[in-house]
Ligand binder design. Structure first.
Ligand code: GBH
Length: 505
């Protein structure tokens, strides 16, 4: 079948980028395979609001966002985008953009207010998600459902520390997962599941740096030497339990699959001529991604580099755990990748802190020659570096050989509060263009298998500890009136994927 000549003006994107930033980011004509499903992504706490509506329980985020003094820019998500009360309108919005997939998350405390395996379920909360799924299916939009996007029920933290208690957390998560598979799964309903969004972030940012709920950190006198690794251990095993549970009790009738979403930057050496930095860049990805992906996709132990560096800080798998991981590994249907940017890695030579989690590596946006990794978005860490994305796709594909779905990719632009200027989001349109180009090259030139691309995010929302500051939406939200207005990048994606032709990978 003939390929559509041009999905967007490639030359225009490249020229304008290099003129405005001094960076040369060549873009070829996009060749996007017909089976690359495109979608929009959100997470429950970031958009729903309805914090105490219809019997919803509190999550650690409801608590954390109301702490005094504020650790979330003085803002909470009690209302957020009010998606809980505007869901039918939002489904129509997604349909109007031509998205084929909607990735959203379920709020655990909305469906089981206290979270535990012996606690009552909340039928009103279940009805909300059931209605959402029915509306998506009626519109021909595939629901991709995340069970856990950082919002542990507060009651489980109060009882036993949430993921700090591996056995209790596994038992409660399995019961919650079963409830969701049972109520929302089916051959014509939800067929694709994600257990955990970014376990690295829950482990490190929520239990070491303390910038995400529940905010365990050094200052709070917690054990940051071991707790992050214990949390990661619990999430990993709870994931494997859910994969086996789905395969045994649901997959035969429903089909579909379950997997996990891992985030990660690509790392280039700070000084490419220094072998220590070259090794550091590789090791940084092993500690960030291999930490979870080796046990999940290879069914193996934690990477040897991690065992060697972390010693007794890293939990051991029991013989039964190892068996569970081995059996679950081949059942993961895809590799969910959240990716935003690339960094430089520099091997530090000074002694590391006793709770160091990187093997003493510094992360930077500028290399030893003073070169920036790429133009900066509205967030300093998020640089436009599509070559790193392509290299990461190759790195993951070669190590794990599992079809990849990009479950999040996007960026915030400068000056997006005012809708009048926000709609003209040329920076985002170009970012998306060069990142799609990187996928296209990885597919066609590197033979990486990529099956989906979900943009972060459907609409501006509550950006965790940064509150309503950074806006990642392809749709603008006025947080006073809650009016939604698509930005130009939304039409760019709609038109790019609408005109996609043939050329299957
Ligand atoms: C994703 O997290 C989340 O899944 C999503 O909910 C969120 O809204 C979205 O990204 C946008 O942020 O220490 O230099 O790495 C991405 C994980 C964690 C990556 C915090 C950036 C801080 C900068 N992010 N991290 S850095």
């Amino acid at each position: 079948m003939a390929q559509e000549a041009s999905m967007f003006s490639a030359a225009d994107v490249a020229v304008t980028y290099s003129q405005s930033t001094g960076h040369d980011l060549p873009v070829e004509e996009l060749r996007l395979p017909a089976d690359l499903a495109w979608g929009v992504a959100t997470a429950a706490y970031q958009i729903e609001g309805g914090a105490a509506q219809d019997g919803k329980g509190k999550s650690v985020w409801d608590t954390y966002s109301h702490l005094e003094p504020s650790r979330t820019n003085g803002q909470h998500a009690d209302v957020a985008c009010d998606h809980y009360n505007r869901m039918p309108e939002d489904v129509e919005l997604i349909a109007s953009l031509g998205a084929e997939v909607y990735r959203f998350s379920i709020s655990w405390a909305r469906v089981i207010p206290l979270g535990g395996r012996d606690d009552p379920v909340n039928e009103a909360g279940l009805a909300f998600y059931s209605d959402l799924i029915d509306r998506l299916v009626a519109r021909g939009i595939e629901p991709v459902v995340t069970l856990y996007h950082w919002d542990t029920p507060q009651a489980l933290y109060d009882r036993y520390g949430g993921p700090l208690d591996t056995a209790e957390f596994r038992a409660d998560f399995a019961s919650y997962a079963r409830l969701c598979f049972d109520r929302f799964g089916g051959p014509n309903r939800v067929r694709r599941w994600v257990t955990f969004n970014e376990p690295y972030i829950t482990s490190i940012f929520a239990h070491l740096n303390g910038t995400l709920a529940p905010g365990h950190c050094r200052e709070a006198n917690t054990d940051t030497k071991t707790e992050p690794w214990r949390v990661g251990h619990s999430l990993l095993l709870a994931h494997a339990d859910a994969v086996l549970l789905y395969a045994r009790d649901f997959q035969p009738a429903n089909g579909g699959d379950v997997s996990i979403v891992l985030n990660g930057h690509f790392y280039e050496p700070f000084n490419a001529a220094d072998p220590a930095d070259v090794a550091a860049a590789e090791r940084r990805m092993v500690f960030y991604i291999g930490w979870f992906a080796d046990p999940v996709f290879l069914g193996s132990d934690y990477p040897a580099e991690m065992r060697a560096y972390l010693g007794a800080r890293l939990p051991q798998f029991t013989a039964e755990d190892r068996d569970i991981l081995r059996r679950a590994a081949p059942l993961n249907g895809f590799y969910g990748m959240n990716h935003y940017s690339t960094k430089y890695a520099r091997q530090l030579k000074t002694p590391a802190a006793d709770d160091d989690w990187t093997s003493n590596i510094e992360e930077l946006s500028v290399d030893s020659e003073g070169r920036e990794i790429g133009p900066s978005s509205a967030m300093g860490w998020l640089r436009v570096a599509p070559e790193g994305f392509r290299k990461l796709l190759c790195w993951v594909w070669r190590r794990y050989r599992v079809p990849i779905i990009i479950t999040e990719n996007g960026c915030p632009c400068v000056g997006e509060d005012d809708v009048a200027t926000a709609v003209d989001d040329t920076f985002r349109r170009r970012y998306l263009g060069v990142y799609l180009d990187a996928i296209s090259r990885a597919i066609h030139e590197d033979e990486v298998v990529v099956k989906g691309y979900y943009v972060w995010s459907l609409m501006d929302n509550y950006e965790w500890s940064a509150g309503y500051g950074p806006r990642y939406g392809i749709v603008h939200v006025d947080f006073k009136t809650l009016k939604r207005t698509p930005k130009n990048s939304a039409f760019y994606l709609r038109d790019t994927f609408k005109r996609r032709r043939g050329v299957s990978s």
